[in-house]
Design a protein around this ligand. Structure first.
Ligand code: GTQ
Ligand code: FE2
Length: 370
């Protein structure tokens, strides 16, 4: 963030020339007078640099396919990933100020080498089959609609055992960990670029088969500095939970958050994952929240009004709602939106805030995807 120094207030103390000299002398010794920048620092409400934005599947997929044919997945580059780069962030490769969002793809029988890092990641599978992510030795099969966790400092690699292509969404807390000057990264020492394939896949899933994996709405109180030990949340379970909740209410929006079955906390200390189901022909109330979120339209189609602008979406489209910008959703046909956010951090710091607005937003424009 660049903060311009505003001219100091005209004052009865001292004269103009002396005041100018004071500002020059302060700058020369690396001191900054707060009174000239107070209003830019202590804003009445968040002023995110990121703007509401949408990346369409129709634009991303052909480019990802070109990358599959042109760019190998190798040690050093590590991943074939196209990051959502918010145009408001001045060239930083982040979807919103606190979150990395990306589309990742694997070509036939490719292996993305094992590594680990302090930033935590979540994957939401869009399309393809025959791929697993090995998370600290546990091979987690990935199927469309599944949520797979690769928490901070867990070894992870991605392996395709089939001839097809695979696409998924990645969400990482990288910008947060970077802001904390806490990024560490290590290549897997081997032998081999990937971790050995275990005889049995999906061990964490079997270990936690009985636990509660979802809460209606979102986690409100529980916090945990540990991540969930369950690494794969299956779409069949997620959609069954949505169906169950939908049967009990007539609300336009049904929300489910994935939780750690042992603690009931959000899946990672830094990120919450949820699915919002919008009923066909219905519109949700406008809400704004302190904190950023990335949405991935999984199935169905509709539109969201974000800060007065209308964003139309369908399967595979990704869009962002920056901090404190109001958002409301409407679905043409029943739609499921996967959402990743920085909510647990706001709760851990005691600064969480959400507001439901009394009236639908005025629509002042429609976003045109590039
Ligand atoms: O799959 O390990 O989108 O390390 C960014 C960094 C994915 C990954 C990303 C990563 C990965
Ligand atoms: Fe990684």
């Amino acid at each position: 963030m660049t903060i311009e120094t505003q001219p100091g207030p005209a004052t009865e103390f001292g004269d103009e020339a002396e005041l100018d000299a004071l500002y020059r002398d302060l700058a020369a010794v690396d001191l900054r007078p707060l009174w000239t920048i107070t209003e830019q620092l202590l804003t009445p409400s968040p002023k995110p640099a990121a703007v509401p934005w949408l990346w369409s599947a129709a634009t991303m997929k052909p480019l990802a396919r070109r990358a599959i044919s042109l760019v190998p997945v190798e040690r050093g580059g590590e991943r074939r990933v196209l990051s959502l780069q918010n145009p408001g962030l001045g060239g930083r490769p982040y979807a919103v100020g606190t979150l990395w969002g990306a589309i990742q793809c694997l070509g036939p029988r490719e292996v993305a080498p094992a590594h680990r890092h302090t930033p935590g990641a979540i994957r939401f599978v869009l399309e393809g089959e025959g791929v697993w992510t090995t998370v600290d030795g546990d091979a987690c099969d990935m199927r469309p609609g599944d949520l797979v966790l690769t928490p901070s400092m867990n070894w992870h690699d991605h392996t395709s055992a089939v001839d097809g292509e695979m696409f998924w969404f990645d969400g990482l807390d990288l910008p947060m960990v970077e802001a904390l000057d806490g990024v560490f990264f290590e290549e897997y020492p081997g032998p081999g670029e990937a971790q050995p394939e275990p005889v049995e896949h999906n061990v964490s899933e079997r270990t936690h088969a009985g636990g509660t994996r979802y809460v209606a709405g979102s986690v409100t109180d529980t916090l945990s500095p540990r991540h969930s030990q369950l690494m794969n949340y299956r779409w069949a379970d997620t959609s069954a939970e949505l169906d169950r909740l939908a049967a009990a209410t007539d609300d336009p929006l049904i929300r489910v958050e994935y939780v750690d079955p042992e603690t009931g906390a959000s899946v990672l200390p830094t990120m919450a994952c949820a699915v919002h189901r919008v009923r066909a022909g219905r519109r949700s109330a406008p809400v704004r929240r302190a904190g950023n979120a990335i949405y991935v339209a999984y199935q169905g189609s509709g539109s969201s009004v974000i800060g007065g602008e209308r964003f139309d979406w369908g399967p595979g489209d990704m869009f962002v709602v920056p901090s404190w910008v109001p958002v409301e959703h409407a679905a043409h046909e029943q739609a499921d939106l996967f959402v990743v956010s920085d909510e647990p951090v706001f709760r851990a710091l005691g600064i969480a805030r959400t507001e439901t607005l009394p009236e639908a937003q005025q629509v002042t424009g429609t976003f045109t995807p590039r």
